[in-house]
Design a protein around this ligand. Structure first.
Ligand code: MN3
Length: 209
């Protein structure tokens, strides 16, 4: 059994004008697809074949297999990123809104800090909204493929790609404009709210299909 490239959870034009269909076509059908193919190639015929993607990522990390880690973590990150955006973004639950208010002093202050974290992240990586098991939330950024899987520590709520391929077609080098478009219009608060409930309940939350 091998991993399949999950379909986008919306039409390729659904995020336009914030993210174009051209960007989604290249990003999903080329970049994401390549990570899936390379993950499958690396585990074919090994004892990892048939395991969940989360198990593959953890095994690659433990073994120090950088190639497999990078491709499997990028597969997970991209699927979670697609789901972290929606043309119908909704609003955070009262519980999550309370945690954001406590951590950042309000939604606008959170969005400003999230955008600043993304704009200030050096080179390729990811920006996360992460909930700890005690119900507190924080912004994290990770380099290259590094993936924050659900753990005893907490659960990721939202994830935004800041690799250049996420925005260069639409925005050229203007990463702040991409971050403003995504955070202002597309963040999937329904997903974030259900992930927040999972974090507090000691559950795993979203897992890769
Ligand atoms: Mn990407």
């Amino acid at each position: 059994m091998s991993f399949s490239l999950p379909d986008l959870p919306y039409d390729k034009s659904a995020l336009d004008p914030h993210i174009s269909a051209e960007t989604l076509t290249f990003h999903h059908d080329k970049h994401h697809a390549t990570y899936v193919t390379k993950t499958n190639d690396a585990i074919k015929g090994t004892d990892l074949e048939g395991k969940s993607l989360e198990e593959v990522i953890k095994a690659a990390e433990q073994k120090g297999d950088k190639g497999l880690y990078n491709n499997s973590a990028q597969t997970w990150n991209h699927t979670f990123y697609w789901n972290s955006m929606s043309p119908n973004p909704g609003a955070p639950s009262d519980a999550l809104k309370g945690a954001i208010d406590a951590a950042f002093g309000g939604m606008d202050a959170f969005l400003d800090k999230f955008k600043a974290a993304g704009a200030g992240h050096f080179a390729s990586g990811w920006v996360w909204l992460f909930a700890k098991r005690d119900g507190s939330v924080e912004i994290r950024d990770t380099h290259d493929a590094a993936c924050l899987l659900p753990s005893d520590e907490g659960v990721p709520l939202l994830l935004v790609d800041v690799w250049e391929h996420a925005y260069y077609v639409d925005r050229r080098n203007d990463r702040p404009a991409y971050l403003a478009a995504v955070t202002g219009n597309l963040l999937n608060w329904d997903l974030a709210s259900s992930q927040y409930d999972a974090a507090k309940a000691g559950q795993t939350g979203w897992t890769h299909p």
